[in-house]
Design a protein around this ligand. Structure first.
Ligand SMILES: [Zn+2]
Length: 122
């Protein structure tokens, strides 16, 4: 900067920086405690039905979610959280990308395989 001029940050830059710091701290803590850390694409999660997967902007009306395809109803935020969970579980099942630490990765992969084996036996 010239002659001591301070750089002005926009509110968006400040928020993004704070969010980025939070994500880094969360990832660090997950590694520290051997927990799974995954980044999941949240796009259109509030418009996606957690029961049938149908996506439409009119599925969500304010705080309520009602699927135009199957009629599933729920709180909009709860439904979106279920969609995010489903997406995360799909990532875990398809690969080990995003697991925190190699030891945790192998341990979590083994635990996931045990759970799948148990559910397949029931
Ligand atoms: Zn549905």
């Amino acid at each position: 900067m010239e002659n001591g001029q301070k750089q002005k940050l926009s509110l968006t830059e400040i928020i993004n920086s704070a969010w980025s710091t939070f994500i880094k701290m969360l990832e660090y803590k997950c590694r520290q405690y051997g927990q799974i850390f995954l980044k999941v694409d949240p796009r259109r999660s509030s418009q996606t039905c957690s029961a049938c997967g149908f996506v439409h902007p009119e599925n969500r009306k304010g705080k309520s979610f009602c699927c135009l395809h199957c009629g599933y109803t729920d709180d909009a935020d709860i439904n979106a959280a279920k969609v995010i969970l489903q997406r995360g579980l799909a990532i875990l099942k398809s690969s080990t990308v995003g697991l925190a630490g190699s030891d945790a990765c192998e341990e979590n992969k083994a635990n996931l395989q045990k759970k799948e084996l148990k559910s397949a036996m029931c």
